[in-house]
Design a protein around this ligand. Structure first.
Ligand SMILES: NC(=O)c1ccc[n+]([C@@H]2O[C@H](COP(=O)([O-])OP(=O)(O)OC[C@H]3O[C@@H](n4cnc5c(N)ncnc54)[C@H](OP(=O)(O)O)[C@@H]3O)[C@@H](O)[C@H]2O)c1
Length: 310
């Protein structure tokens, strides 16, 4: 690693699960827009011959088989981005943490990339994804105790690809918007490429000794904090349809029903968090840290997502 100034900071990055839903975006962005900072990008993959892996290899990625020892892929790395599902086998999680402790990278991004679950209030019926994330964080802290590795939990709200979902109360096909409260409720949503750019920027800031201390452990970023009314208006404008209906539901009643009959679909819980204003990060985010004044990229908006899917 070398770091004369942030502009010239360079390091070796390993992206675990780099061909996944989010991982593919992280891999492409590191290998293209941020390549000068990360000349070596290693990616773990179960089957290196699949087309996604080959696409990344053509961009210059070094491919490692997930079944091989994590020590090999992590040897000498500065940045580790974990984009694996939280449901991988417990033994693999254990081996990974032990290997990270041995490799002692400068920075490790846990596989987070969603809601800030520290705010959750689902006592006794929290979705299993967040229960796993709590355990993974505790195990990570235990395994990396005493190392220099900076841990980062990046919260980005919803992925753009997981946003127009009736379970969230956003049904653009039927043109009906159903918040658990007023239509002015806002929800954080970030395009996957912008999440990837934020990871790259946080990695660079962490590698640069002049800025490393400005990077917190818990980081919220948000491409847009958009209200149900704004989504409705944007859909009308982009699709040329009449403004849809805002159908308000009762938050307490919905939450009681969820407690009585817990759902396996995490979006049913995110809808509650939205009703409780826990995923409106308008006034509390690190956008300025990763992308000051949008000088590095323009955050994509719901209007952009809708126009691109036309
Ligand atoms: N905020 C949101 O809206 C949102 C939405 C989705 C996910 N997330 C979060 O983003 C993170 C990444 O999720 P994702 O959906 O991007 O992951 P994913 O696509 O389900 O998986 C990533 C990659 O992990 C590898 N993989 C899967 N199962 C594995 C196993 N058992 N052992 C080893 N490798 C395995 C696969 O790669 P190969 O098959 O190529 O080896 C897969 O492409 C998670 O923490 C998740 O909670 C957030």
């Amino acid at each position: 690693m070398s770091f004369p100034s942030s502009k010239q900071v360079t390091g070796t990055a390993a992206i675990l699960g780099g061909t996944g839903d989010l991982g593919m975006h992280i891999s492409r962005i590191f290998l293209t827009e941020y390549r000068e900072h990360f000349p070596t990008v290693r990616i773990t993959i179960r089957e290196p011959s699949i087309p996604k892996a080959q696409e990344l290899a053509k961009l210059g990625a070094e491919l490692y088989k997930t079944s091989d020892s994590f020590d090999e892929v992590l040897s000498g790395v500065d940045v580790v981005v974990n984009a694996l599902p939280t449901s991988i086998p417990e033994e693999a999680k254990k081996q990974l943490l032990a290997a990270i402790a041995r490799a002692n990278p400068e920075v490790y991004f846990l596989s987070e990339f969603g809601a800030d679950w520290r705010l959750n209030e689902f006592d006794g019926y929290e979705h299993s994804e967040w229960r796993r994330k709590r355990v993974i964080l505790a195990n990570t802290e235990a395994a990396l105790q005493g190392t220099q590795t900076k841990r980062i939990l990046l919260f980005n709200g919803n992925f753009a690809g997981w946003f127009f979902i009736p379970a969230l109360g956003i049904d653009i096909e039927k043109n009906i918007y159903s918040p658990l409260g007023p239509g002015s409720l806002r929800i954080a949503v970030t395009a996957e490429d912008d999440i990837a750019r934020s990871i790259a920027r946080l990695a660079i800031l962490s590698l640069d000794p002049t800025t490393a201390s400005t990077v917190p452990t818990y980081v919220r970023i948000t491409g847009q904090n958009v209200s149900y009314e704004e989504i409705r208006d944007t859909v009308a404008r982009v699709k040329g349809v009449p403004k849809g209906e805002i159908k308000t539901y009762d938050l307490d009643e919905y939450k009681k029903n969820l407690q009585a009959k817990p759902s396996t679909f995490i979006m049913d819980y995110v809808r509650v968090l939205t009703g409780e204003r826990k995923v409106d990060w308008t006034d509390d985010n690190a956008n300025e840290l990763v992308n000051p004044g949008q000088s590095l990229w323009r955050w994509k908006t719901v209007e952009d997502f809708l126009r691109n899917s036309q």
